[in-house]
Ligand binder design. Structure first.
Ligand SMILES: Cc1cc2nc3c(=O)[nH]c(=O)nc-3n(C[C@H](O)[C@H](O)[C@H](O)COP(=O)(O)O)c2cc1C
Length: 287
């Protein structure tokens, strides 16, 4: 059991956004994890990008999915009622392309879920396409606006691309964030050597980014709100390392694409690790 944001979670292993849909397919997994973080929801439906959308590298994936989703109204009408039947915590991942969109989505969903994770790694299309999450001022503005529209827990999901996540995290906390999750994918590129052209340019995830993600979690721990660690977690030992770095919970991402049941295995492995290596009390001291 884990107590965060005045909510009880079954355990600290959550599914990351974008790799587990809305948790409706593998219900045994959805019931067994601490929370499902949904696929990113935008104000309007999005078709996503043309193929190729995913490319496997030596130790991770590059994806260029482009936030394909049915939009917030269809989510509320068709997906949320099914999701609410599963006995698990639901965190909705929200993506916007202008500052006000985040708040509109959150208000439309209302109090039907357990909290929101704001994906501030999206490009701010009104301001030249720089990600909201690369500029502390803009990241703070997003959080401040959303804070006014919900009393549910708000987690800011940070990018670590070309910015200092500590400054962004601090701005989000100052503007009312209850928690910080990190990291989103890292810029990545693969070439088609036959055509001498880029094959895919998108977000790198998986074991390749784990050391960097751990570093980022350790860097932002001083902000003083719960941190959710994400990046290359494939085992209970990986999850435990994130907890040593300062995370209260973790999200499993790309590992789910290889094995949808991996979060259940990771829950068990982490329990074993906690029991044999350190008690919960020691972990708090390590933070
Ligand atoms: C195919 C794919 C789709 C993703 N879609 C989203 C998304 O919609 N919103 C989001 O915040 N992160 C998204 N992510 C990022 C993941 O949630 C996670 O932050 C990242 O993959 C790092 O974790 P991992 O190394 O365990 O995969 C996506 C990742 C992948 C691989």
């Amino acid at each position: 059991m884990l107590e965060l944001f005045n909510i009880t979670f079954k355990n600290p292993i959550w599914t990351a956004s974008g790799v587990f849909g809305y948790g409706l397919k593998y219900k045994r997994v959805s019931r067994g994890v601490g929370a499902i973080v949904t696929k990113g929801i935008t104000l309007k439906p999005r078709m996503g990008n043309p193929p190729p959308r995913i490319y496997e590298t030596a130790s991770g994936l590059i994806n260029w999915v482009g936030l394909e989703n049915p939009g917030v109204s269809v989510f509320c009408k068709e997906i949320l009622p099914q999701l609410k039947e599963i006995p698990t915590r639901i965190i909705v991942n929200v993506a916007g392309f202008a500052i006000e969109e985040f708040g509109e989505i959150v208000e439309t969903i209302g109090n039907e879920v357990d909290g929101f994770e704001l994906n501030i790694s999206c490009p701010n299309v009104r301001e030249g396409g720089t990600a909201f999450g690369q500029d502390p001022k803009i990241a703070g503005q997003v959080m401040e606006r959303v804070r006014k529209r919900t009393s549910l827990p708000l987690i800011a999901k940070l990018t670590a691309n070309f910015c200092d996540p500590l400054r962004i995290a601090q701005a989000c906390v100052d503007a009312g964030a209850d928690g910080i999750s990190l990291i989103n994918t890292v810029y990545g590129l693969a070439y088609d050597v036959n055509n001498k052209q880029p094959l895919i340019c998108g977000g790198l995830s998986g074991p390749a980014i784990k050391p960097f993600a751990l570093y980022c979690v350790q860097r932002v721990r001083e902000v003083g709100v719960p941190i959710i660690g994400i990046g290359g977690i494939t085992s209970g030992k990986d999850a435990y390392e994130f907890m040593l770095a300062g995370a209260s919970a973790v999200e499993v991402g790309s590992a789910i694409l290889r094995d949808p049941y991996s979060p259940l295995r990771i829950v068990k492995e982490l329990e074993k690790y906690m029991a044999t290596h350190k008690s919960g009390k020691d972990l708090k001291e390590a933070r």
